[in-house]
Design a protein around this ligand. Structure first.
Ligand code: SF4
Length: 665
């Protein structure tokens, strides 16, 4: 529905403030309290509300928005209990929801927006929004504003719609005015809208700008941040968590005989929920998961898109890992329904996650609308220490650059001589965690290693053609976020701590600390896997530590479970062919089939009670995401070392030999 020309609060409707004090939220939900922004400070409001909190994984097993909205904010847990019971948001008669900084970080799941919209929310207020979540809000017709706008609304003011569209590019403004992406697309089809073409004169460009200019329709030579462009998309994918909604939305909007353009450019993956049967807490949801699997199968059958389904209940691998192995080329523009789509940036592509609505629209039309983002560049110099990995680099960037919002909604570019010292798998970790930085995406400059790696994965690839498609930043390209030199030799083993979400300190990947600062943290689980840390080099890191440990007579520490999960079948084959599995077995680790699994709470390796502590090589530590326990993020080397010591430990080569000597003394 189109929003009115002037926005005001509806008499009788309410405003919900998501405060750091949970009691205030409880009172508002019970209808005992109505707050005013003028009586609050922004610091009183919850920051970093992630999409896992808004709609935890199990809520997304309902693919119809009206069903999943009944459990809006089911992931907001305080003292072990849901703050929002079923239908609380729906029954509260709220039309505005208010929070602090970085609303909607984390997963790209559009369900988070849908849960609010289908509960009656029409305006979201925050100090800042994570980019994918903001795009989902726009696509669903949810207006966004800041706390100043709310003060004025609560004072009874009527605010022109133009104030809600201010600052957005020309096309995004049109989408907001039409009330969302589907109404906009229909108006476009009816020729009621003329799309603008940017006329930016030729200029020096960043890597991201070059790829967008190359894909823009309408004879665009150059682009600059803020330009709105209509771009052709080279490829994309969904997985069984998101495909059902894409199929459902397309049927609703275009009828059951809908078609998609270029089906061979798009793919479906079965990777997220494939091992959910092994998690006791997931068993009640298995019938719903089965529906999601069936709807994905129906979509694939209906559209003839590429099929990466599981066989014999074993996934071909995590979509992002398999995509960089077999789909993503240098210079590509890739869109997929998952926030870690940014991992494709390792192949010198521009790739980011989108919501189900945006994806449905782009597969149907073959193009999408993009606002050119600003860029921030990280020039890597020096070499990593022998116990430091790219994960430590990212945990450090999260702390130093993402926490103060320097990466927010920007394209992170990685260049420099230090980058060239990193393997492709390590570079993939840099690209993968751009979404934790609340960045638009990340892109890694290509070199001969890039082309050789792609050729090794796809023997029919043409290296000369790959070279021609690659982009590098122009001399004089502008970086609104700055150019930052990072000396890899200065990075130390890092963790991100789980915070104290019950008391307003969110569990967040930006909670960085050096391992030598955290004291003794005993662990129950060490999890080694995910798209961030299930690559061949990660397996080699786990093996390096495990081999050293078993060669010195050690096994996984008593009371600790050490899970190792492959990112793809190619990774598993490498581990098998090179004897890694034998070492893991001797160490007492549990090796798991390829897929997402515990990372999203849907496979072996999840915690089972709030007292358990996990050290994990995954990319995000949001409360409840991987079970109810506390989750610390760390590098593959640190995770493996911790599995043998029983507490969070930075790996040091030779550490287990020294340990044996100490025991002998
Ligand atoms: S491994 Fe985790 S972060 Fe990566 S795609 Fe799967 S669920 Fe998402």
């Amino acid at each position: 529905m189109k929003p009115p020309a002037e926005i005001r609060l509806t008499p009788g409707k309410r405003v919900l403030f998501l405060t750091k004090d949970p009691d205030l939220i409880r009172k508002q939900l019970r209808g005992e309290l109505d707050l005013q922004m003028k009586d609050l400070r922004v610091e009183d409001l919850l920051d970093d509300i992630n999409t896992d909190v808004m709609t935890p994984a199990w809520v997304c097993f309902d693919h119809k928005p009206e069903d999943l909205a009944r459990n809006a904010y089911a992931g907001l847990i305080v003292d072990g209990k849901r703050l929002f019971e079923q239908d609380d948001l729906l029954n509260g008669n709220f039309e505005v929801i208010v929070s602090g900084y970085r609303k909607g970080v984390g997963s790209s799941r559009e369900t988070a927006t849908q849960a609010e919209v289908w509960s009656g929310i029409r305006i979201a207020i925050a100090a800042s929004f994570a980019p994918i979540h903001a795009a989902n809000n726009i696509n669903q017709g949810l207006l966004m504003g800041d706390h100043q706008i709310l003060r004025r609304l609560q004072a009874g003011e009527r605010i022109p719609l133009g104030e809600f569209t201010k600052g957005y590019d020309a096309i995004t403004q049109m989408i907001i005015r039409e009330g969302g992406l589907f109404p906009f697309a229909k108006a476009l089809e009816r020729s009621e809208i003329d799309l603008p073409t940017p006329d930016t004169p030729r200029r020096a460009m960043t890597m991201g700008e070059k790829i967008l200019a190359r894909h823009a329709r309408g004879g665009v030579q150059s682009v600059k941040p803020g330009d709105a462009v209509v771009v052709d998309v080279d490829g994309g994918y969904t997985h069984e968590f998101t495909t059902a909604q894409v199929h459902y939305f397309l049927e609703q909007e275009y009828g059951s005989d809908y078609t998609i353009r270029n089906p061979q450019k798009f793919a479906v993956f079965e990777d997220h929920l494939i091992y959910a049967d092994d998690v006791a807490r997931m068993r009640p949801f298995l019938p719903k998961i089965e529906v999601l699997r069936k709807l994905q199968h129906d979509f694939q059958h209906h559209t003839s898109c590429r099929d990466f389904s599981a066989h014999d209940k074993i996934s071909p691998g995590i979509c992002h890992e398999v995509a960089r192995e077999f789909i993503v080329d240098p210079g590509d523009l890739i869109q997929a329904t998952d926030s870690h789509t940014c991992m494709g940036g390792v192949n010198n592509a521009l790739a980011w996650g989108v919501g189900s609505t945006e994806y449905a629209n782009l597969v149907q039309s073959g193009f999408t609308m993009v606002e050119v983002s600003e860029s921030i560049r990280f020039e890597l110099v020096g070499q990593l220490g022998e116990n430091v990995t790219a994960k430590d680099v990212m945990l450090s960037i999260l702390l130093e650059y993402a926490k103060p919002q320097m990466t927010l909604d920007r394209i992170m570019e990685f260049t420099g001589p230090g980058l060239r010292s990193l393997s492709m798998d390590e570079r993939a970790t840099l690209a993968n965690m751009a979404t934790e930085c609340a960045a638009r995406t990340a892109i890694v400059e290509a070199d001969e290693k890039t082309f050789a790696w792609i050729k090794a994965m796809r023997p029919d690839a043409d290296i000369d053609a790959l070279r021609k498609r690659a982009v590098s930043p122009d001399a004089g390209a502008e970086y609104a976020g700055g150019v930052h030199v990072i000396d890899l030799s200065e990075i130390r083993p890092m963790v991100a701590h789980p915070g104290d979400p019950d008391h307003g300190i969110s569990s967040d990947p930006t909670n960085g600390a050096r391992i030598d600062e955290i004291g003794d943290v005993k662990i129950d689980i060490a999890y080694a896997g995910s798209c961030t840390a299930g690559k061949i080099d990660d397996l080699l890191f786990y093996h390096q530590v495990a081999k050293e440990a078993v060669d010195n007579g050690l096994k996984v520490a008593g009371g600790v479970k050490f899970y190792i999960q492959f990112g793809s079948q190619a990774v598993e084959k490498f581990a098998r062919d090179n004897g890694l599995l034998d070492t893991f077995e001797r160490a007492g680790a549990t090796v798991l089939n390829p897929g997402c699994g515990a990372c999203i709470g849907c496979g072996p390796g999840v915690s089972e009670n709030p007292n358990q502590v996990t050290v994990s090589a995954i990319n995000r530590n949001y409360k409840g995401r991987s079970g109810p326990g506390k989750l610390w993020l760390a590098s593959p080397l640190s995770v493996a070392a911790s599995a043998f010591t029983g507490k969070i430990t930075a790996y040091t080569p030779g550490m287990f030999a020294r340990r044996r000597e100490l025991v002998r003394v």
